[in-house]
Design a protein around this ligand. Structure first.
Ligand SMILES: C[S@@+](CC[C@H](N)C(=O)[O-])C[C@H]1O[C@@H](n2cnc3c(N)ncnc32)[C@H](O)[C@@H]1O
Length: 270
């Protein structure tokens, strides 16, 4: 399964690099994540960006003064990231660019990082339930005691809502029923193999570990799946500012976490 995920992302390096800044709608994922990182990250230290892809968060956090190790499954993303790191002139803050999987972080000892982030869905690409749990264990294991661990995944309810909008002909087909009922999407229908989470599922997986859950948020928020309307709204400065205020007011509401395309959980290792 990891092989097909790697193949998918190898063909999408530039798309992935631009994903979070392509429009106002996608920037909500980036900015809302950065908002919560700002709230919970320590002032300085070494961060593991696990599943960091082409390095959008790595570079942003390096610019903020953090030391970063970027790890990803897809070598093509890492090669691209190295060039972007150089371009951004933050090489001195990057302590490693490493090929690897979040399911096995054995190259790092326990309690290594001042924070661990795993954003934009790497955990959703671990299809095997036991390996998913192992990945969560690993992300927490390599964090220092007291360090924040921030993970965002793809939400199941948002994917179902998206089917109504974009793939109505798929509703009722076996693969639709499979991801509706289990969250598991086999991957041959336009996107790579993924597990789509319910918010309580994400919360329960972390709650079983030695952590304190600090926050959960729906990153696209109330506007999830309303890409065109949100982008239109962003053209009006005054309305957009009022919308952002509304977004941040409700993005932690359980119903909004549930309907969001990306769901973020931040916990503290005990
Ligand atoms: C949607 S991208 C997110 C990249 C980046 N974190 C961001 O938010 O821009 C998903 C990334 O997860 C990586 N990935 C998928 N499965 C992984 C695994 N088991 N271990 C590490 N990275 C993985 C992919 O190679 C891809 O770069």
């Amino acid at each position: 399964m990891a092989r097909s995920v790697k193949k998918f992302y190898t063909g999408k390096v530039k798309t992935e690099w631009n994903r979070l800044i392509q429009d106002a709608y996608h920037k909500l994922e980036l900015d809302t994540t950065l908002y919560f990182l700002k709230k919970y990250l320590p002032k300085k230290g070494l961060i593991l960006d696990a599943g960091g892809g082409p390095g959008r968060y790595t570079i942003d956090l390096a610019k903020q003064g953090y030391d970063i190790i970027l790890l990803d499954l897809t070598p093509a993303n890492l090669e691209f990231a190295k060039k972007q790191i150089k371009k951004a002139k933050v090489q001195n803050k990057i302590k490693g660019v490493i090929e690897g999987s979040i399911t096995d972080l054995s190259k790092f000892p326990n309690n290594t990082f001042d924070a661990v982030i795993c954003l934009g869905g790497p955990l959703s690409h671990v299809l095997d339930k036991k390996k998913r749990d192992k990945a969560i264990f690993e992300l927490i294991r390599v964090a220092k005691k007291g360090a924040p661990v921030a993970v965002s995944v793809i939400g199941r309810l948002a994917v179902l809502a998206r089917a109504v909008k974009i793939f109505p002909e798929e509703i009722g087909l076996p693969h639709f029923k499979k991801y509706r009922d289990t969250g598991d999407y086999p991957g041959q229908f336009g996107f790579t193999a993924s597990h789509f989470f319910l918010p309580e599922e994400l919360k329960n997986l972390f709650a079983k570990k030695k952590v304190k859950i600090l926050a959960m948020a729906g990153l696209e928020g109330i506007g999830s799946n309303l890409q065109e309307k949100v982008n239109q709204l962003a053209k009006n400065k005054k309305r957009w500012s009022a919308w952002l205020e509304t977004h941040y007011k409700f993005c932690t509401h359980p119903a909004i976490i549930g309907i969001s395309k990306h769901q973020l959980i931040i916990c503290k290792k005990l």
